[in-house]
Ligand binder design. Structure first.
Ligand code: ADP
Ligand code: MG
Length: 352
C-alpha cells in the first residue's frame, strides 16, 4: 500500500487544508465544507475559466517536477483570466490520482499550488480528490473578476491596429525540445537551458501586464493568451472581423537564451516563436497612437510589451515581413510547417 493510500482521501484533504493558506478576506469559507463561499466585488463582473492537465498528454512526470506542475496548473488558468483583462480570485482544484502516486509527489504539487496561489494572490478554496486508474490529471477552475466597464475579448481588432505581445516568444517550445533531448543533449550554456526549461515547466501568467492594460486608457481592441503558438492564436483574433495580419520578422521578441541555444544548434528561432506552444504571453491589438504610451508604461513597471506587426483588412491572410523586405504568406493554422526543416518536434500540437 502506498503512503497516499494509507492516508486515504480524507487524510489527504486534511493535508491540503493545513498546507494551503487562507489569504483573502473575500473568501468566507474555504476547504472543508460542501462548497466555498466568497463575496463578489461591486462594479465588477465575475469571470470563470477551467483547464485540465493530463499526464502523457500535457505533461510527463519524468520531465516536470511536481512543484512546477502544481505551479503550471494554476498559471495556465490565471493566464486565461489575464487574457480577459481580469484579476484572479478563487481556485478549485480537482485531482485524479493513480494509487501508485508517491505521497512526495502529491506534497510537491501542493507546494506548487501554494506557491502559485501566493504569487498571484489567489485563494485555493476547494476541490475534489478522486482515484484515477492509470494517469494523473489536474483540473483547475478559476474564478476572477473584470471591471464591468473594461475587459478584453477576442473580438474587436480593427485594420490598422498594431499587434503587441508581452514577454518573449518560443521559449517554452524550445524548453520542451531540450527536455525531450536529454539523451542527445543540445549544445549551449546551462543557464540558458535552465531558463528555457523553466519557461516550459512553470510559465508566468501575465496578470500584472493585463492589469496595467485594463487600468490604462489605451484603445485595446482584442486580447488572447498564446497557448497554441503565435500564428494559431493570432488567427482567433482575426476570425470575427474577417481580418488578416502582417508580422514583422525583425520585431519578434526572442529571449537571449532562445537566440543563443538556437545559434549553437543551427536551429531557426522562428520555428519556435511563430508556432511554439505554451508561452502564455498576451497578444493584443492596440490603436497605433497608443503604442508609445503603453510601451513606456510597461517599461516603467519593469514589464515588456513589443509591437510585432499590424492587423490588415486582407481577410484570412497572415504574412511575415522578412528582414530582406520580402513579404511571405504564412499558412494560417500551421504556420510552423513552413519553417519545419530546422526544428525539432514541439508542443503546439499535443492538444486535441
Ligand atoms: P464532497 O463529498 O461534499 O464532495 P469532499 O469530501 O470531496 O466533499 O471534499 C471535502 C472538502 O475538501 C471540500 O471543501 C472540498 O472543496 C475540499 N477538497 C477536496 N479535494 C480537494 C483538493 N484536491 N484541493 C482542495 N480542496 C479539496
Ligand atoms: Mg458535499
Amino acid at each position: 500500500m502506498s503512503d497516499f493510500e494509507k492516508l486515504g482521501e480524507f487524510g489527504l484533504i486534511a493535508r491540503f487544508q493545513s498546507r494551503l493558506k487562507h489569504r483573502s478576506r473575500r473568501v468566507r469559507l474555504g476547504i472543508g465544507d460542501d462548497a466555498a463561499v466568497y463575496s463578489p466585488r461591486l462594479g465588477w463582473h465575475q469571470v470563470a475559466s477551467t483547464d485540465a492537465l493530463v499526464e502523457t498528454v500535457h505533461f510527463r512526470t519524468d520531465t516536470t517536477p511536481p512543484e512546477r506542475l502544481g505551479e503550471k496548473a494554476i498559471a495556465v488558468n490565471v493566464s486565461d483570466i489575464a487574457a480577459m483583462g481580469g484579476v484572479p480570485l478563487v481556485a478549485l482544484v480537482s485531482l485524479g490520482l493513480p494509487a501508485s502516486t508517491p505521497l512526495k509527489f502529491i506534497d510537491g504539487m501542493m507546494k506548487g499550488f501554494e506557491k502559485a496561489s501566493a504569487d498571484y494572490g489567489i485563494e485555493l478554496a476547494g476541490g475534489d480528490t478522486v482515484a484515477s486508474p492509470r494517469h494523473l490529471f489536474i483540473n483547475v477552475t478559476l474564478v476572477g473578476e473584470v471591471r464591468k466597464s473594461r475587459y478584453f475579448t477576442r473580438a474587436g481588432a480593427r485594420p490598422g491596429d498594431t499587434l503587441m505581445v508581452t514577454g518573449s516568444l518560443g521559449d517554452a517550445a524550445l524548453g520542451l525540445a531540450l527536455l525531450g533531448k536529454r539523451r542527445q543533449p543540445l549544445q549551449g550554456g546551462t543557464k540558458h537551458k535552465n531558463f528555457l526549461c523553466r519557461r516550459h515547466q512553470a510559465p508566468t501568467a501575465r496578470v500584472r501586464e493585463a492589469a496595467l492594460l485594463a487600468r490604462s486608457r489605451a484603445r485595446v481592441g482584442a486580447m488572447i493568451d498564446i497557448s497554441d503558438g503565435l500564428v494559431q492564436d493570432l488567427s482567433h483574433l482575426l476570425e470575427s472581423g474577417g481580418l488578416g495580419a502582417r508580422l514583422w520578422e525583425d520585431a519578434l521578441p526572442h529571449s537571449t537564451a532562445l537566440r543563443r541555444i538556437c545559434a549553437a544548434n543551427r536551429l531557426n528561432p522562428l520555428s519556435f516563436s511563430l508556432s511554439g506552444g505554451e508561452d502564455y504571453e498576451l497578444l493584443f491589438t492596440l490603436a497605433p497612437v497608443d503604442v508609445k504610451k503603453i510601451t513606456r508604461q510597461f517599461q516603467k513597471a519593469n514589464a515588456l510589451a513589443t509591437p510585432i506587426g499590424e492587423v490588415t483588412a486582407n481577410g484570412g491572410q497572415v504574412s511575415l515581413l522578412r528582414s530582406s523586405g520580402r513579404l511571405e504568406p504564412l499558412p494560417r493554422a500551421l504556420g510552423y510547417d513552413h519553417f519545419k526543416p530546422a526544428s525539432p518536434k514541439h508542443s503546439g500540437g499535443s492538444k486535441i
